[in-house]
Design a protein. Structure first.
Length: 180
């Protein structure tokens, strides 16, 4: 992980002290995103799921001793994640969600679809869990590159309906079941 370019371009800065991560806010956001989704507010469900990803990503940054600076904090977080080689496909997915979210909040795009909100919540759940695992691997000195190999071989975090045989959030909502 080389952050020199980000430091030089004043996208991130070093903290005086590294911080132990606390994922409780991200977990609360995931719970809230599920509840908001079930109430039919798909745009806000996506926004809250995205926020869980942002919060957990910032916790990784703080754990490594950095924080975003400048006007584009959200974009800086994703630039940082790219440098860590953390789950490039998920990082790219949520970087695109960042843009969709921004346009939606500032009235530059149409409504968020039910399926996109559902997908973003499911992927955010996996993302937060993977960040936890990533931090643990760094903490224990386990080779971080091995995380990517395991993710390609069958990832239990990003579940599909076929893999779990459980209905997704959309199906639960149609059946009138509250996600617990």
């Amino acid at each position: 992980m080389n952050f020199e370019g980000l430091l030089k371009n004043k996208i991130i800065e070093k903290l005086n002290k590294k911080q132990e991560p606390d994922f409780s806010s991200a977990e609360k956001d995931l719970d809230t995103a599920r509840d908001v989704f079930l109430s039919g507010h798909f745009d806000w469900a996506l926004n809250i799921a995205y926020n869980a990803v942002l919060l957990s990503s910032r916790e990784l940054m703080f754990f490594l001793g950095f924080r975003p600076i400048g006007k584009e904090h959200h974009k800086a977080v994703f630039e940082f994640l790219k440098e860590t080689n953390f789950e490039p496909d998920l990082v790219e997915y949520f970087n695109k969600i960042r843009v969709i979210r921004n346009k939606n909040i500032y009235g530059e795009s149409d409504d968020i679809t039910e399926s996109l909100a559902d997908e973003s919540i499911i992927k955010a759940e996996g993302f937060v869990q993977k960040i936890r695992t990533f931090v643990q691997k760094i903490r224990t000195g386990e080779k971080v590159g091995s995380l990517k190999k395991k993710a390609r071989i069958g990832n239990p975090c990003i579940r599909s309906q076929e893999q779990t045989k459980e209905p997704n959030i959309v199906e639960k909502r149609k059946q009138g079941v509250k996600d617990e």
